[in-house]
Every structure is written in C-alpha cells, then in structure tokens.
Design a protein around this ligand. Structure first.
Ligand code: SF4
Length: 102
C-alpha cells in the first residue's frame, strides 16, 4: 500500500495543546500562497512518483475544510495533474463538521 499525504496548514484558531504545524485563520491570500506552493511541490515531485499509483490519499492538517470549494477543487486538480491514483482509492479529507453544509 502506498499513500499520499497532503498537509493543509490552516485551522480556524490554534488550539493551545496542538503540536501540528498550522497557522490560525488563514486568509484568502495565505490560502492562495499555500495552493501555489502545493502546485510547485507536486510538479517537483511528479517525476519521482511517475511509476506509482497511490492506494490511499489523506488530506489532513490542520483543518482542510477551512478552504472554500474552489480551493478544495484546486487541491484535487493539482493532485490529478501530477500523480496517479488507483480507481479504488481510499481517500480521506479531514473536516470540521461545522464547515460542512448542503
Ligand atoms: S490541527 Fe486540530 S488540534 Fe491543532 S489547532 Fe487545528 S483543530 Fe486544533
């Protein structure tokens, strides 16, 4: 089993006991910088993983659900563009239930 982990370093606020690398309340500009960095990192790593189809994808953090829908779509677009995934992939997206609607 080969998994890909994406760390989204934003939360609504930083919990006092948290040791993860996160920034509280990322602004749209910070989210844009994160997405740009993700795009660059994925492009940089693409060749190293060109012969691998990932079995699992874990998008964690942080709280990935603080991103808006367009930002989340961008994350998946970057991943699809640069990496291969098995059709029956197990995918996990960490979310705060309060961020989910509809
Ligand atoms: S990652 Fe979890 S524990 Fe850490 S600041 Fe965010 S919500 Fe709190």
């Amino acid at each position: 089993m080969i998994g890909l982990y994406i760390h989204v370093p934003f939360c609504k606020k930083k919990c006092h006991y948290c040791n993860f690398v996160i920034a509280a309340a990322g602004s749209a500009e910070r989210h844009a910088r994160f997405l740009s960095a993700l795009e660059g990192e994925a492009a940089h790593r693409r060749a190293s993983f060109r012969n691998i189809s990932f079995d699992t994808l874990y998008i964690g953090g942080g709280t990935p659900s603080v991103m808006n829908l367009q930002e989340i779509e961008k994350v998946f677009a970057v991943l699809r563009e640069n990496f291969l995934f098995r059709a029956e992939i197990e995918a996990t997206f960490e979310a705060n239930p309060g961020d989910i609607n509809g």
